[in-house]
Design a binder for this molecule. Structure first.
Ligand code: 6PG
Length: 242
């Protein structure tokens, strides 16, 4: 089993989520030594809840962080499935980050409109010209039991997109519309951190590292397989087959 600065394994989900949250805050602090602000894109699901709680408990100047989402379900912001709601309850409300620093995907809008508005918000926040992609300081991602990441599920044609910023996708297996950052943006992250816990992540993680190199089959290989700037935080169950 690999265990180095790029690959940390802790006994429990709580421990690895806490370590991941502390790592993110530490990295952001380093960035703020030479920048006025830092940019972080976070994912949703269930695992990040523990990480958000850990981050909120640490001392940090949240007024200097611009926070974005990797993806969002096309639901209202107070819906139980909303990634924004998860972060609001476990992080944003506990840190009092200025609302102007919070760049959520407006899941309550029609999906295409939500995607277009999010692209515009990213372009404006990063001061991008036509055709330019943002380079987030840190992108936090998870991995699904099918090796999906963000809202890029196996077989999604947009996995081949290297020029777009974000898009609306319909996830057939979940019967759900979503908005997601696209691979080109995942690949321009200065650092990528993946948090995964639970036995159901053991097989997809093995496929990411040791399966055929095929991001259409294993989307979490995007910006991680062979990447020097990808950092993994796993619990023992998720790392069990490495
Ligand atoms: C989402 C996430 C998604 C998540 C994985 C893992 O909106 O669901 O962005 O990509 O990271 O599904 O989710 P868990 O950590 O809950 O297993």
């Amino acid at each position: 089993m690999m265990d180095d600065e790029h690959f940390r394994v802790a006994a429990t989900a709580e421990q690895t989520a806490g370590a991941c949250g502390a790592w993110i805050i530490g990295e952001l602090e380093l960035i703020l030594r030479s920048s006025d602000f830092a940019t972080l894109a976070i994912s949703g699901g269930s695992t990040p809840k523990l990480m958000f709680n850990a981050m909120a408990a640490l001392p940090f100047d949240w007024s200097r962080l611009q926070i974005f989402w990797v993806d969002e379900r096309c639901v209202p912001p107070d819906d139980a499935q909303s990634n924004y709601k998860l972060a609001k309850e476990h992080l944003l409300d506990r840190t009092h980050i200025p609302p102007r620093n919070v760049h959520r995907i407006r899941g309550e809008q029609p999906p295409e409109e939500a995607a277009a508005d999010y692209i515009e918000e990213i372009r404006s926040s990063f001061g991008l010209g036509a055709g330019q992609l943002p380079s987030f300081d840190i992108i936090h991602r998870g991995i699904g039991d099918d090796a999906h990441t963000a809202s890029l599920f196996p077989g999604e044609p947009l996995i081949g997109d290297r020029t777009g910023i974000a898009a609306h996708v319909y996830v057939e297996k979940l019967h759900m519309h979503r908005v997601t950052l696209l691979p080109g943006v995942l690949m321009t992250a200065k650092k990528t951190v993946i948090l995964a816990a639970g036995a159901d992540k053991a097989d997809p993680i093995v496929n990411v590292f040791r399966g055929p190199e095929d991001p259409f089959k294993f989307p979490c290989q995007i910006a991680t397989r062979g990447a020097h700037n990808a950092f993994w935080f796993l619990d023992e169950s998720a790392a069990a087959k490495l």
